[in-house]
Design a protein around this ligand. Structure first.
Ligand code: HEC
Ligand code: HEC
Ligand code: HEC
Length: 468
């Protein structure tokens, strides 16, 4: 495995955990009647907790499974890649694949992704197929312990039976067992009351696998299936509601995939908005972006980099085109920034107060610190540096990602078939907050781009949250 940048547990994870916690707190506060259930359930989950009392201690029986054929194993491995199981269930620095140890930090404590190798004592070696499917689709571990939605079971609920069986076969027979105990999650009362997750799960977990829509063709349905189930794209790209649930798990919700902030990365709108969405992308450009991190003039950054490296680059070309096709069918929801290249020349002063380019701080910072890579006209270099003119990320309403990238810098993905990794420098020590605000405002208004300005205040408040 490649060395990982300290993964912020890819966004959704933290937020989802908070969700659970918020709900748990709300429920825990609602009264005495719950207390009995709580103590009972707590006792139940103590014995099923794989950390404190592995029921398999001493035992080594594994459920008899028919010996797997190569086709099923390959299919299962594909589903595992598409779902990015390894991305969460592998420790950051050189951890054995799937052996757990990846911690998710929340204000309430740390939730650990567990060992899911087929080790009978510390992993999931004792899981029957039904136990496995229940954990993945309903968020209930073997023994009854409820899982935090940091594990994206609201999406995996839609994985169909054939893929679920293949995935089980692969996890049991294609993954090397590792006898590594789970580190204990460190979550404080009342958020450690996993029983309360039951109510969250009843409200928010889809009840059946993806059902193909009869009014759509096979390619569209394949794309919808991958996006909504294994790909769990919505865990980052769909905004979350008051209980941190995703607002919508398919295209029947107008909020679905309209953009969400997780762990200080904004995952943009994937609907057809022509400004900050995918309206100007063609399906093959979306496919190329998911395969290599380069597409539609954009280059992947932030938490999308690992998603591409660990997961989407392994999709077949047909599957990637199907995803592109499906995303292109989502109608725009919230129009935001716009792009009109022909407008640039005749740019009108805003409120009559626009400073001529040559005198503006933003323009000068851009020329000194950015143009050598992104070009004077913001056109970038194909397959090397992103174009900023017309870049949907640059036009996004939510500016979290832009500011964070400027402060921390970043790198493009390194994939099997794409261009080599490139660095974007960090400017935290080079530019003052006001300069970062000005240069971002400049790129959001130059070359036909038209999106809201960014203030020094926006920059400093995000820097405080990031402690950078
Ligand atoms: C976004 C991160 C993430 C992804 C992706 C993910 N998991 Fe998890 N998973 C977790 C976390 C965190 C937990 C522990 C949750 C808890 O303690 O409540 C978990 C728990 C589990 C459990 C219960 C384990 C036990 O010890 O009993 C199983 C089984 C599991 N995951 C399997 C999978 C499989 C298979 C995949 C891929 C299809 C997958 N996970 C993908 C984060 C993830
Ligand atoms: C771990 C969080 C996460 C997951 C899961 C995720 N994304 Fe992203 N995605 C992001 C972030 C953050 C960005 C913004 C950075 C960029 O453009 O690379 C992004 C950007 C994108 C873009 C470029 C959009 C633009 O306007 O720049 C596309 C297309 C995309 N994601 C598709 C997908 C698809 C399809 C899936 C599911 C297979 C997915 N993403 C899963 C976080 C995520
Ligand atoms: C050394 C080359 C280099 C310089 C200098 C540079 N960038 Fe970048 N920039 C990149 C690369 C490479 C990416 C691709 C994503 C990544 O690396 O995380 C990128 C990505 C971006 C993005 C996200 C767009 C996308 O589609 O990925 C923005 C916005 C951006 N840069 C703005 C700036 C600004 C503003 C400056 C000057 C303050 C600047 N860059 C300086 C190389 C550079």
């Amino acid at each position: 495995m490649k060395p990982r940048t300290p993964r912020a547990f890819a966004g959704a994870r933290r937020q989802a955990a908070l969700a659970a916690c918020t709900v748990a707190l709300a429920i825990a506060a609602t009264g005495v009647a719950m207390c009995d259930a709580r103590s009972e359930d707590a006792a139940g989950s103590a014995s099923s907790n794989p950390v404190s009392a592995s029921p398999s201690a001493g035992a080594s029986v594994r459920p008899a499974a028919p010996s797997p054929d190569a086709g099923t194993l390959a299919r299962g491995e594909y589903v595992a890649k598409a779902s990015d199981c390894a991305g969460c269930h592998t420790a950051a620095q050189g951890g054995a694949p799937y052996a757990g140890g990846h911690g998710l930090v929340s204000p309430f404590g740390t939730i650990m992704a567990t060992n899911i190798t087929p080790d009978p004592r510390y992993g999931i070696g004792q899981y029957s197929y039904d136990d496995f499917a229940r954990a993945l689709r309903q968020g209930v571990a073997r023994g009854g312990e409820r899982l935090y939605p940091a594990m994206p079971y609201t999406a995996f609920a839609k994985i169909d039976d054939a893929d679920m069986h293949a995935l089980y076969t692969y996890m049991m027979h294609g993954v090397v067992p590792v006898a590594k105990p789970n580190a204990k999650s460190d979550v404080a009362f009342p958020f450690n009351q996993r029983w309360a997750l039951r109510f969250w799960q009843m409200a928010f977990v889809p009840r059946e696998p993806y059902r193909p829509r009869a009014d759509r063709d096979a390619q569209w349905n394949r794309g919808a299936y991958l996006v909504q189930s294994a790909g769990h794209c919505g865990s980052c790209h769909t905004p979350r509601g008051a209980a941190y649930q995703e607002k919508g798990t398919d295209e029947t919700s107008s909020d679905f995939l309209t953009g969400g902030v997780n762990d200080h990365w904004f995952a943009p709108d994937l609907t057809g908005d022509p400004g900050s969405g995918l309206g100007r992308w063609r399906a093959p450009e979306i496919a190329a972006f998911l395969k290599t991190g380069h597409g539609g003039g954009n280059v992947a950054y932030g938490s999308m980099v690992e998603q591409i490296e660990d997961s989407t680059q392994y999709f077949t070309d047909d599957d990637l085109l199907a995803i592109g096709r499906y995303l292109k069918s989502l109608p725009p929801h919230d129009p935001s920034g716009t792009y009109a290249p022909q407008d640039d020349v005749a740019r009108k002063p805003l409120n009559g107060s626009r400073v001529p380019d040559a005198l503006s701080v933003g323009y000068n910072v851009y020329r000194s610190f950015c143009a050598q890579c992104h070009g004077d006209a913001g056109k970038g270099v194909p397959n090397v540096f992103p174009a900023l003119a017309g870049n949907s990320s640059v036009l996004a309403e939510d500016t979290t990602s832009l500011i964070r990238l400027m402060v921390e810098g970043g790198n493009s993905p390194s994939t099997l078939t794409g261009p080599p990794r490139r660095q974007m420098p960090r400017f935290a020590d080079t530019l003052a907050d006001v300069e970062i605000g000005q240069v971002l405002t400049y790129i959001r208004s130059a070359w036909g781009n038209n999106a809201q300005p960014i203030t020094a205040n926006d920059v400093s408040s995000l820097r405080q949250k990031l402690h950078k």
